[in-house]
Design a protein around this ligand. Structure first.
Ligand code: UDP
Length: 195
């Protein structure tokens, strides 16, 4: 059993390497997975907001992004292997993607930031293909158009950077239509990558 429940949230106990291995399997199987890298702020949000909690519980994999979560699992006597930070997981998946020629779509941040993040990731991981990107400033009336664009490019990985209160519920809501094997919220990662 690779799951430990902390404050009602089922966390994966896997470390980085096993997480990447598992998601590699998800991509070969073409089955849509929502991955949440949950930090203590998101756990707090889940405690305060039942619908956010329910949304998290429906994710396919929740990894412990934060030393607070690692600590809580140790206190509970069923420790997770290590912290699996979203930013690190993004890079590990980009690296693994070079071996498999994975296709990646970047969704979120401002137009300038996401374009620069795409350029830098292309340079750093030339074997992993960035098949599309777009900014994260759109309203629900544009959801259909955005989802169609993502589907058209048929990515293996979809990284969504729109802030934790928006990106996770958005992926959850559109998971079946997006149908990307690995869909993951990455918060402010594109801002960091673009420098
Ligand atoms: N963002 C976005 N659309 C929005 C709000 C935010 O694309 O409507 C982007 C923002 O540009 C940044 C990322 O989401 O790149 C994370 O935003 P923020 O740091 O505000 O959220 P947090 O990670 O703190 O929840």
């Amino acid at each position: 059993n690779n799951i430990v429940t902390i404050f009602g949230i089922p966390f994966s106990k896997w470390g980085m390497q096993e997480t990447v291995q598992y998601l590699t399997g998800a991509i070969s199987a073409r089955k849509p997975h929502q991955v949440i890298t949950a930090n203590p702020i998101m756990v707090m949000a889940a405690l305060e907001n039942p619908s956010y909690k329910q949304m998290m519980q429906q994710a396919d994999l929740i990894v412990p992004d934060g030393s607070g979560v690692v600590w809580a699992s140790r206190v509970g006597g069923d420790p997770v292997a290590e912290r699996v930070a979203g930013f690190d997981l993004l890079h590990e998946l980009m690296k693994e993607g070079e071996r498999h020629r994975w296709r990646v779509y970047l969704l979120g941040a401002s137009p300038e930031v996401v374009q620069e993040a795409a350029n830098r990731l292309k340079m750093q991981y030339p074997g992993t293909e960035i098949v599309g990107y777009r900014d994260g400033y759109f309203g629900p009336e544009q959801d259909d158009e955005v989802i169609e664009e993502v589907r058209r490019t048929s990515p293996d990985l979809l990284f969504v950077a729109r802030g934790a209160d928006t990106q996770e519920p958005w992926i959850a809501k559109h998971k079946q239509r997006l149908a990307v094997p690995v869909m993951m919220g990455v918060g402010g990662s594109f801002d960091v990558i673009s420098g």
